[in-house]
Design a protein. Sequence first.
Length: 618
Amino acid sequence: MINADDDFKLDANHAPTERQRRLIFAAASLAVFIFLLYANSLRDSWHFDDEGNIFPNKNIQMTELSWPQLSKSFHGASERRINRPAAYLSFALNYYFGGLNVFGYHLVNIFIHISASIFLFLFIREMLHLPLLRGRYGRHAHSIALLSAFLWASSPIQVSSVTYIVQRMTSMSAMFYIMAMFFYLKGRISDAIGKKIFYIALTIAAGLLSIGAKENALMLPFSLYLMDIILIQGADRATVGKNIRYAVLPLLLFIGLVVLCVDLSSMLDGYRFRPFSMAERLLTEPRVILFYISLLIYPATSRFTFLYDIDISKGLFEPATTLPAIIAVAVIVAAAFAMARRRPLISYCLIFFFLNHAIEGSFLPLEIIYEHRNYLPSMLLFVPIAVLVRDALLRFSGRKLLFATTAIAVASILVLQGVGVLTRNAIFENEFTLWADNAEKYPHLNRPHHNLGIAYYRMGFYPEAFLELKKALAAKTTTAAIEKKITHLCLAKLYLMWDNDEKAIAHLGQSMRLDPSYSEPYQVMAEIMIKKKRYDDAEKMIRRAICLRKGDDDFHLTYGKILIKKGEPERAVKQARIALLLNGEAKEAYGVISDAFKLKGNAEAARHFRELAEEKKR
């Protein structure tokens, strides 16, 4: 059996106690509830940043359980540096067992969400039994913790962290984060030295895995430090003074490590590709934080989407809500610290929310808003709500109608949140459903129209794709005007399909002007030059594309075709062989080689490679 009093050790000689049965039932009910909510996401397609991070990423395409392939996955989508190794290793294992079948990736994401929810329940339950909180909450700690976990797990705001496959980075990091907090709490309150060492070791391991999934877990030491002061020691003047002294050296060490290990200047270079400055981002984030809180409190499905259109704050009074938002956030944070002694639970839950938004809501040149950023910060935000429900039920315990009304209201909230999750999972079903929803809710943004246009294009609805791409050109971007380079490229391909070379060339020129380092327009321009029999111009274009992006087999194949047209079979064969070295599945390379031998008058070799090309196609 699972023995909670003996640190969850297995004991087969005794039947579970009532307390243990309640723990098992709580964990099982959470697991079943969450699986039912997310079961309709198991076939949802890849989206957005899944491309680049997962399905074309050679680093995670593991074919054997060997150390070289396992360690290769630690680099994520990077060629050199190690990048979120825990998350990318999980993607590599998914690939090893199921290839690119989305079912397995979604199943793991759901399991992570279930695990995070269970550990959140265990942590809150353990927290409410701390000496400072036991008198007020201990009697109902189990119920408060379970309701908090249910409210958090069923919130529609979590969908983008669970159903959007690549955001496993967020959910996995949060899972290990809350595990670390639970283990720390167990070790901190234990009297036995052996148990303390054991739990601290687990805390460190879980913390490192959390950081290995996503870097915002660097706030874990601060969360633990403040939890110790506010919830364990008590936030009186003497305790705060003593702990501030102890914190100075670790804080200086942390700052030193950041200065030594992080190149802030190159990091801030990212603002070159944003339509906002660092100051504008800092001014805008308080409004974003308040918007996140509104989504958590009022999670209507109509208010959620993938990409949001948030006006950038140009100054304290532009827009007019900027200064009030800054004041509101400052007041809430100040109030949270001020009530640390009288209301430590509410204080810590509020501080935890703002603290864990600190990295992604800081000066870093990230996108302004993404709802998955709330997965970790919101973990404790439902605890005060669960406490209010407990208080209401206790107050109405002798008044059956009010008691029943409160209970039904809470159950209704869970049902409505669950319906919201199911609805949002359906929106994530494929690219068309996702971007059609986003374009309808935020019609002035570039990306939703652009991505909807691409979805139409892939479905063969070319007039509809053209209209959406035109809307994308007229809409505003969330990064910078450079973002429209891809929209121009897609329009060029459509015009090329419709034999309007002049319009295609005009859009390719716009794409090149927006980003001279963008390689793909040069390849498309080379194809147009082939069509116009301007082979020297075509060669210049494809050489430029290869120079800008080395290692693309398609570029070398195009170069080979140009060289065939120019009557240079030897050079054409060389380009085809390079394409095959880069991609063994580059079937068209055999066709180029066949054409080269035909040009050289070797009909037998030409026929052999043509047959090989046909065989590869099959």
